[in-house]
Design a protein around this ligand. Structure first.
Ligand code: GMT
Length: 378
């Protein structure tokens, strides 16, 4: 199959999922064309089956806001036509689904049929998408998609609640990891560099947006380190960075926290961690938590959105209400208090991660593609 994948190229989960999916499809012999405004961060190798097409928006003094969606639509028309694609798979509804719809209509006027699949990832539905100014366009683009997927049951439910006029069947295809990437023999990070006195190592990975409630990570850590010698590693960057630095000074925890910024492949650092903290207000899935579990790292998380579909309370970690830092800290201390308990949770986390191995999820996307190609109506 010749597949066009549209995604955000940044560190966000949707871009990571799209890139890993495309790479795996290419490895299975499909031809995959990535279309984005810059090279996706995880697209760090090329094979004969992988292609990248850049969408470049030119600056013009008249534009206060550059018309990215239109340029993307034009690029899609061009790539579909000249690369003879069979289908488009767009990740994140805004503005990718409506751009794909526009491209599909333009191509139809030229006698070319192209179905498009929209994968909903989370904030396109739960935060940004909820903004009433987007509602009619998102509803229309979802309804016009040839197929729609959501990364969790929770996100599927939220879509129907937040967009009551959506009448399209949504299939749930969960996010995935490539378990092979997490094999211990491939990891070379030295724990002593971060925990020189065998302290326990806690870790948080996110894009430091408000929705992640990174301040709660610090409150939890502050309580844990008072009970158990521990260190915290922060991975990622984003708008809350300055507030977090301020809070770490107020709590006087800075000496025990190391910020490593944006890391393309977090599995190296995850391999030396003992516990992952995910304190988000809402999370459609929580790919970062799954990546931690694939590294045998148990997860202390909130119970919001799709997280309970990934992290199992009392098995791979614990879940608490949003903001309940007291309970999260107590649960963290329970897991870390002795090595026997920690090792049970570590193994459970890995067992849970196995359910989301790409070998199980990829066929779901391939089946969907085949179904869409058979049934698309033009
Ligand atoms: O908000 C983010 O963390 C980025 C965002 C994205 O789309 O890039 O992540 C969403 O999609 C991920 C991949 O499907 C999910 O694992 C995240 O849970 C989801 N984020 C939220 O719902 C807040």
């Amino acid at each position: 199959m010749k597949i066009g994948i549209v995604c955000y190229p940044t560190f966000g989960g949707s871009g990571v999922v799209a890139t890993e999916l495309g790479t795996a499809l290419a490895a299975k012999g499909h031809q995959v064309h990535f279309i984005s405004y810059s090279q996706p961060v995880r697209l760090d190798f090329f094979s004969g089956n992988l292609f990248y097409h850049e969408v470049s928006v030119s600056d013009y003094p008249l534009f206060d806001y550059q018309p990215y969606e239109l340029v993307l639509s034009s690029k899609l028309v061009d790539v579909v036509k000249y690369e003879k694609l069979d289908l488009l798979h767009v990740h994140y509804a805004i503005p990718h689904a409506s751009a794909a719809y526009m491209a599909k209509q333009i191509l139809a006027s030229q006698g070319i049929n192209i179905p498009f699949i929209t994968t909903l990832h989370g904030t396109d539905i739960t935060l940004v998408g909820k903004d009433p100014s987007f509602e009619p366009v998102i509803t229309f683009a979802i309804n016009q998609s040839d197929a729609v997927t959501a990364v969790s049951e929770s996100l599927k439910k939220d879509t129907y609640i937040n967009f009551p006029n959506v009448n399209k069947e949504i299939s749930v295809i969960p996010n995935f990891i490539r378990l092979d990437d997490y094999k211990p023999e491939n990891q070379h990070c030295d724990k002593k560099a971060y925990a020189p006195y065998s302290e326990k190592l806690l870790i948080h990975v996110s894009n430091f947006r408000k929705v992640k409630r990174v301040e709660d990570v610090l409150y939890v850590f502050d309580k844990v380190r008072k009970a158990i010698p521990s260190k915290l590693i922060l991975i990622g960057d984003g708008p809350e960075r300055a507030n977090i630095e301020k809070l770490c000074r107020e709590l006087d925890t800075c000496n025990d926290i190391k910020s490593l910024g944006k890391i393309v492949n977090p599995e190296q650092i995850l391999s030396i961690a003992d516990l992952f903290l995910l304190t988000s207000e809402t999370e459609s899935f929580g790919l970062a938590a799954l990546e931690a579990m694939a590294s045998k790292v148990p997860v202390i998380s909130t119970n919001s959105g799709g997280i309970p579909e990934v992290n199992i309370n009392g098995y791979s970690g614990y879940l608490s209400n949003v903001g309940d830092v007291e309970e999260m800290a107590n649960n963290a201390i329970h897991i870390l208090k002795d090595n026997v308990t920690l090792s049970i949770f570590k193994n459970n986390a890995y067992e849970q991660a196995k359910k989301f191995d790409i070998a199980k999820i990829l066929p779901m996307y391939e089946d969907l593609y085949a179904r869409v190609l058979k049934t698309a109506i033009y």
